[in-house]
Write a protein that binds this ligand. Structure first.
Ligand SMILES: [Zn+2]
Length: 277
């Protein structure tokens, strides 16, 4: 499933689905509003798709987020066992890990950075051996403190190996990481969360990472879920980027909306679309 944004070829690539304890979502000032709109599965969990994005820009192959990976039992326990399928999905498109030259990690939560490295013997190494990885500097600073590493012990296998292998670019500016592929600061869900603008000619799409988690947030950008670390800042980023995207007629590529996770602007706000157009 693929679409064009001008000269860019853009594909949603599924990592599978995750199941989350709803209390993590509902722990916010809008707990009652969330409860009214969120469906729970038979086990009382919230199901989210996990969508990554693959972009072909000329000869370049860019991957936006890496899913949960497969080699961290703590992450499987946290998200359920139905994710970690990114590499299978890439291979189904004929794309081997070595072919990816650029990886953007929107933020360091396990369902976005978990697939960034993989176990090799007793060690961990970048899953994409020829890629430059991009992460916001403030995100690295926040998650590499001893306190954060104690809360999320799997990160010791996910973040430091990228730097140790010399493949990590930390940035604090909205740089273009490949032609037509630009980071956009969107803090709040985590301190250094980024979105990614894909622009070519007059066309645009924005990969939103975890800027939003539910279609209700299109109408209510002020609703921040309980797991947003800085909920007021998250709401501000959400309002700003949704407004800009709507004005620009940009598509949205959303990590956790039902696959393929694509929304387009209409007169009333946003509507889900499939990837064929
Ligand atoms: Zn996420």
């Amino acid at each position: 499933m693929s679409m064009r944004i001008g000269a860019l070829e853009v594909m949603t690539v599924s990592d599978g689905r995750l199941a989350m304890d709803p209390d993590r979502l509902f722990a916010s000032p809008q707990a009652d509003e969330w409860r009214r709109v969120v469906d729970l599965d038979h086990a009382g969990k919230v199901q989210f798709s996990v969508n990554c994005v693959l972009v072909r820009s000329g000869e370049r192959l860019i991957l936006l987020d890496t899913g949960t990976g497969r080699d961290e039992p703590l992450l499987a326990a946290r998200y359920g066992g139905d994710c970690g399928r990114l590499l299978e999905s890439l291979r189904a498109l004929g794309v081997e890990p070595a072919a990816i030259d650029t990886v953007v990690v929107s933020h360091a939560h396990g369902d976005h950075v978990g697939g960034a490295t993989e176990r090799r013997g007793d060690d961990y190494a970048p899953t994409f051996p020829n890629a430059r990885y991009w992460l916001w500097e403030g995100e690295w600073r926040y998650w590499t403190t001893p306190e954060a590493m104690a809360q999320a012990p799997w990160l010791a296998h996910k973040l430091p190996p990228l730097a140790e292998h010399g493949q990590l670019n930390l940035v604090d500016a909205e740089v273009e990481v490949a032609p037509g592929v630009r980071l956009i600061a969107a803090p709040g869900h985590t301190p250094g969360h980024v979105c990614v603008a894909l622009t070519s000619g007059s066309e645009m799409a924005i990969y939103t990472g975890d800027l939003l988690h539910h279609p209700a947030q299109f109408e209510h950008p002020e609703w921040s879920p309980g797991f947003d670390l800085l909920p007021e800042m998250s709401a501000e980023s959400r309002r700003r980027i949704l407004d800009e995207a709507h004005r620009a007629g940009s598509l949205l590529l959303v990590a956790h909306l039902p696959t393929p996770g694509i929304a387009r602007p209409n007169a009333a706000g946003w509507e889900a679309v499939d990837a064929t157009r």
